[in-house]
Design a protein around this ligand. Structure first.
Ligand code: 13P
Ligand code: SF4
Length: 311
């Protein structure tokens, strides 16, 4: 692998030569966000994957994000720098058990968060992301019976803001569940003017305490528009890179986790991707995401329903 400076040059050269696009999620390392042609939340990445005319999509994010891109653009090569970049939330929803859960609730619309494997999407009626979840739930008739999975925190939050009673799958993200409400209250004493921004994957007490709850894209936008100068950020720390870029005069404090022995607000899956792995995957066009055609044909329907509603 060449030196870091050459790496950036080489990535840019190979990208043009191969007609590749690099898409990065807000939770990626700073240097990956900076080299990406497009940085966004999971909805924006899916929308971009559906419309790009690149031959190769490099999805600097986790496996389900690459899978969603491949489901939408099967004719393209979709690469993820490290295929081990999984997701604890997607893992908390195994397809066999979820299929049973769906069978136990006949007559229910199956709404699933995008953080799932292709097999779960294939069992779903509509996919949502945290950016569009509320408007998609609101678009369903009030008396429609709904199953929501896999995130119990997002599901509870959606039930509370839409007045629904969706039946929830009991899954969660290990990063968002680790934030400490007690330590955030202590921080608020230290920085009384700071606003608390939280992703809806966080637990209920934190969502109640937060000044603003939203997807990564929504939190970023809020931080740009707000008159506040300090923010306590309760989501994966990668988003702070874009927040600082957009508002260099404001201060962003990562929310502390319960366990002070680890950098718990880093998603270790997201952080598996590196600039060296990105270079290798562009050069060797490997590792590629594959989805079997029978699963893809089922999984694309609920994703397209989401994209149609979110236009
Ligand atoms: P967003 O849809 O807000 O980008 O969230 C993705 C994610 O993985 C949250 O943990
Ligand atoms: Fe999955 Fe949580 Fe990582 Fe998001 S932060 S990719 S939900 S493990």
């Amino acid at each position: 692998v060449p030196t870091n400076v050459d790496l950036i040059q080489e990535i840019n050269r190979l990208k043009k030569e191969k007609n590749a696009i690099i898409m990065g999620h807000f939770y990626q390392k700073d240097e990956l966000q900076d080299i990406a042609d497009f940085v966004g939340d999971s909805l924006a990445l899916a929308q971009q994957a559906a419309k790009t005319d690149a031959d190769i999509i490099i999805l600097a994010g986790v496996h389900f994000m690459g899978e969603t891109a491949k489901i939408l653009s099967p004719e393209k090569t979709v690469l993820v720098p490290d295929l081990n970049a999984g997701c604890s939330l997607a893992d908390s929803c195994p397809p066999d058990a979820f299929e049973e859960f769906v069978k136990e609730h006949p007559g229910h619309t199956v709404l699933t968060y995008v953080n799932t494997t292709a097999n779960i999407k294939a069992l779903s009626d509509i996919v949502v992301t945290s950016t569009n979840a509320k408007s998609i739930v609101d678009s369903l008739p009030k008396d429609e019976k709904v199953i929501f999975g896999p995130d119990r925190n997002l599901g509870n939050y959606l039930n509370s803001i839409t007045g629904r009673d969706m039946v929830l799958w009991d899954g969660a993200c290990h990063v968002h569940e680790k934030f400490s409400v007690e330590k955030i209250i202590d921080l608020k004493k230290e920085f009384p003017d700071a606003l608390v921004l939280a992703h809806p994957e966080c637990k209920k007490p934190l969502l109640i305490l937060a000044d603003y709850v939203g997807s990564t894209a929504a939190l970023l936008k809020f931080s740009m528009k707000s008159d506040a100068k300090q923010f306590i950020v309760a989501t994966e720390s990668g988003i702070i890179h874009q927040m600082k870029k957009e508002s260099p005069d404001k201060e962003f404090i990562p929310a502390p986790a319960n366990d002070s022995t680890c950098a718990c607000n880093d998603c270790e899956y997201m952080k598996l991707n590196t600039i060296e792995k990105l270079y290798n995957c562009l050069k060797y066009e490997w590792p590629a995401i594959e989805v079997s055609e029978d699963i893809r044909l089922e999984a694309v329907k609920p994703i397209n329903r989401m994209l149609d509603i979110s236009e």
